[in-house]
Design a protein around this ligand. Structure first.
Ligand code: SF4
Length: 282
């Protein structure tokens, strides 16, 4: 059964609908791993952070623009023009500015207009890089920003996969891709072990979205925020053992939440923490 056939018989809920049930998401898991106290502020007490770092709205606008890019290819077989891609980013960035005007905290000399220029530059680099990989003819686009859920003990683990491609030369092979913006190149440890791509494997296998026996390739497509923006692809694998390790971490976090194990964990996460003013560690 192909992924398309699976989608045809199973209506896919939106990520907002998935969030309404009892769940653990990858971003919740990540928040707990960085600092259990910030998890408590955000998800247990429901405290509104005093600010968010600029990387969050910036990453959101880039994600939205890339999703529009791939949805157009999926619908028409042709990519949008570079100008349309840049305009899409500008629109999404305006929305972020409107909603975050008094809420977003910038780093150093960052400004709304400076980050807009940065986003445009990154997408120019992405457009050229992706065209070099053969878009749209090389791979079939199976899904863009796909929300999935899978049972994890008594609750659902939920997440959205940025992009799934099906290899035209090897139809049983699917490429699971996560888009990232980053100021730094990923190091080997992160490429090999970061739980996000492992969560992707868990979600596609356990949800039954892709056919049994499908082969997977995992990729970080990273838009590097530097003076001359570039895009780098990091290809990696996620084994069954990696999935077991991921599940061990997820279940440990759920036990911690069940037993109200929360404590401040000062570190790099404090820089962009909107709960710092309320935190006993600060
Ligand atoms: S300021 Fe640091 S230690 Fe305190 S909640 Fe935020 S991330 Fe945790």
């Amino acid at each position: 059964m192909t992924a398309q056939a699976i989608r045809a018989v199973r209506p896919m809920p939106t990520i907002e609908q998935l969030r309404q049930g009892l769940h653990l998401s990858f971003s919740q898991m990540q928040t707990y791993m960085i600092c259990p106290e910030s998890y408590r502020f955000q998800y247990v007490r429901g405290v509104k952070p005093e600010f968010v770092g600029s990387a969050l709205p910036f990453g959101n606008a880039i994600h939205e623009a890339l999703a529009s890019y791939y949805r157009q290819i999926q619908a028409t077989g042709e990519p949008p023009s570079l100008e349309a891609l840049k305009a899409s980013f500008a629109d999404h960035w305006s929305v972020q500015e409107e909603h975050g005007k008094d809420f977003v905290r910038f780093k150093g000399k960052e400004t709304w207009s400076g980050l807009k220029d940065m986003g445009v530059g990154l997408l120019e680099a992405y457009y050229t890089w992706r065209a070099g990989l053969g878009v749209p003819t090389h791979d079939e686009i199976v899904a863009v920003e796909l929300p999935l859920s899978a049972t994890l003990g008594d609750i659902e683990f939920i997440g959205a996969i940025d992009l799934i491609l099906r290899d035209r030369d090897k139809p049983d092979r699917y490429h699971l891709i996560d888009h990232k913006t980053s100021a730094r190149r990923f190091d080997e440890t992160r490429i090999a072990t970061d739980h996000q791509l492992t969560a992707y494997r868990f979600l596609v296998e356990e949800s039954g979205y892709l056919p049994m026996g499908a082969e997977f390739g995992f990729y970080w497509d990273v838009l590097l925020k530097q003076k001359n923006p570039v895009v780098e692809r990091y290809s990696t694998v996620r084994t069954e053992e990696a999935v077991k390790a991921f599940l061990g971490s997820a279940k440990a976090i759920l036990r911690g939440i069940d037993h109200e194990v929360y404590f401040p964990s000062p570190g790099w996460g404090c820089t962009d923490c909107g709960f710092a003013a309320m935190c006993s560690a600060k």
